[in-house]
Design a protein around this ligand. Structure first.
Ligand SMILES: *Cc1c(COP(=O)(O)O)cnc(C)c1O
Length: 457
């Protein structure tokens, strides 16, 4: 019986002759169509052998192949609607760019540009120059250089300046960020020598003092972005480290992670910002472009010119450098900070983080009402979330969510269906309810979410 069925599997040519594939031939290479047909026939064979009740005919195979070809047309990297409430969701791409940054990136992407051309001298220029002055103006750094991400910034800084030298790091700050970035491993990779000081919970100034020797190249302070040690804890503030570094004639490096440019304390978010880091005496500050800075993925090395000059000339600067599209988006992002009030509204990360809670509640309530009658219980509820992206891990970000409890399908099924939606909608399940957090859903996306729910419920 099985053998009979296997014999019924059509030949490739029979499938290719079916009308169902006619459209595919118009806009897909013949080779790709044939490969997809072969794949479908292989799948059919495997299904029959596995005892599944697969229907077999050239037309059915052609339909399946056409579907495969069509679905391969949908980009793999594509837009989703973030209804998780996590503003810097690393899996969903961290920061959204501002409109200005996106527009500038697009223009530079499709045009020729001054990437390495100096208009004044009509001669070769440097890609670093576009943004260095701007970063200096905003942060107080003397100079800056941009690389692929903060991990690259740390690697390049250590490799260029401290190869073979000891770099002092508190045991309480020997961080891991998302698996791939670990201070001891980055340090080893760079050729610098990690010199642990203090203990996990307490590190004193004298721990650093005692560790300084002729072999010491620098003091590195690392912001404990994604965790906090609480209880019997002490670390040495940047300012005190700066005094020690000056006395010992050592550079003080600060890996601060998020690259915050404004003071968010009035919103309850107590994260260090770049300007303060320089005021407190850091010689070099390293930070990400796509965390609280709110720009594209990048790593910024900012600080004293004498160090930046050496860093720029290191062989690693080239392999770690950023492209023009990133530079364009980053320049526009930094430009927004020339007026910090404006930055709060222009930079999506900041706008979402500082959105008044009443407004979010209002949005949730209006959206819930707009859903009308569905086969589900709809309500709004207060939520407590996280900023995400390894920033302010203890901060409870209050928000409001629309909760959906479907009556005829399971909540898991609804979650799955939303993920499978044309524009995938990423929500969260808590206590058997599907929660759509309104902090991260844009006004312009509400209609799409509504349409999905109306269709599914
Ligand atoms: C996030 C973070 C990094 C890594 O930054 P990427 O831009 O993701 O490479 C390094 N150090 C600290 C302290 C961080 O918070």
């Amino acid at each position: 019986m099985e053998k009979n069925k296997l014999r019924n599997i059509p030949k490739v040519d029979q499938v290719l002759a079916c009308d169902e594939l006619a459209d595919c031939f118009e806009n897909t290479e013949r080779e790709i169509v044939i490969n997809n047909v072969r794949t479908v026939l292989d799948e059919m064979r495997a299904e029959i052998i596995a005892g599944e009740k697969t229907e077999i005919s050239p037309v059915i195979a052609a339909k399946r192949a056409a579907e495969k070809i069509k679905s391969a047309d949908i980009p793999s990297l594509r837009k989703v609607i973030n209804a998780t409430g996590i503003v810097l969701h690393t899996n969903l791409g961290r920061a959204r760019l501002s409109q200005k940054a996106a527009k500038n990136a697009l223009e530079i992407a499709v045009s020729y540009s001054t990437l390495e051309y100096d208009l004044k001298s009509a001669a070769r220029g440097s890609r670093h120059d576009h943004i260095a002055k701007l970063i200096s103006q905003i942060t107080g750094a003397e100079d800056a250089v941009v690389v692929n991400n903060n991990a690259a910034a740390t690697l390049l800084c250590l490799a260029a300046l401290f190869k073979g030298k000891e770099v002092l790091v508190s045991r309480g700050e020997s961080v891991e960020i998302g698996g791939a970035f670990r201070i001891p491993e980055i340090m080893a990779l760079s050729g610098a020598i990690l010199k642990d000081v203090g203990t996990t919970n307490k590190t004193h100034l004298y721990d650093y003092e005692r560790a300084v020797s002729r072999k010491t190249g620098a003091i590195l302070k690392v912001h404990t972005s994604n965790y906090r040690v609480i209880g019997f804890q002490e670390d040495v503030p940047l300012r005190q480290l700066a005094a020690l570094a000056t006395a010992k004639k050592l550079p003080l490096i600060y890996d601060m992670g998020s690259g915050l440019m404004v003071d968010l304390r009035e919103y309850g978010i107590d994260e260090p910002n770049v300007e303060n880091a320089f005021e407190n005496g850091a010689d070099i500050v390293l930070f990400s472009g796509d965390k609280l800075l709110g720009g594209p993925q990048a790593g910024i090395i900012a600080g004293k010119k004498k160090y930046i000059d050496i860093i720029k000339k290191n062989q690693l600067a080239r392999p770690l450098r950023v492209d023009k599209i990133t530079l364009a988006a980053l320049e526009s992002t930094f430009r927004s900070y020339r007026d910090k009030k404006q930055a709060l509204s222009e930079i999506p990360v900041l706008a979402m983080l500082t959105a008044p809670i009443d407004k979010i509640r209002d949005k949730a309530e209006k959206f819930a009402v707009s859903l009308g009658k569905l086969k589900a219980d709809i309500a709004v509820q207060e939520e407590t979330g996280r900023i995400g992206g390894g920033a302010a891990p203890m901060f409870d970000l209050k928000s409001w969510a629309v909760s959906v409890v479907p009556k005829e399908i399971s909540v898991d099924k609804l979650e799955r269906a939303l993920i499978d939606w044309e524009t995938p909608i990423i929500a969260r399940i808590s206590e058997e309810k599907l929660l759509l957090d309104m902090r991260t859903v844009l006004d312009s996306e509400l209609a799409a979410v509504r349409e999905a729910l109306k269709e599914l419920l």
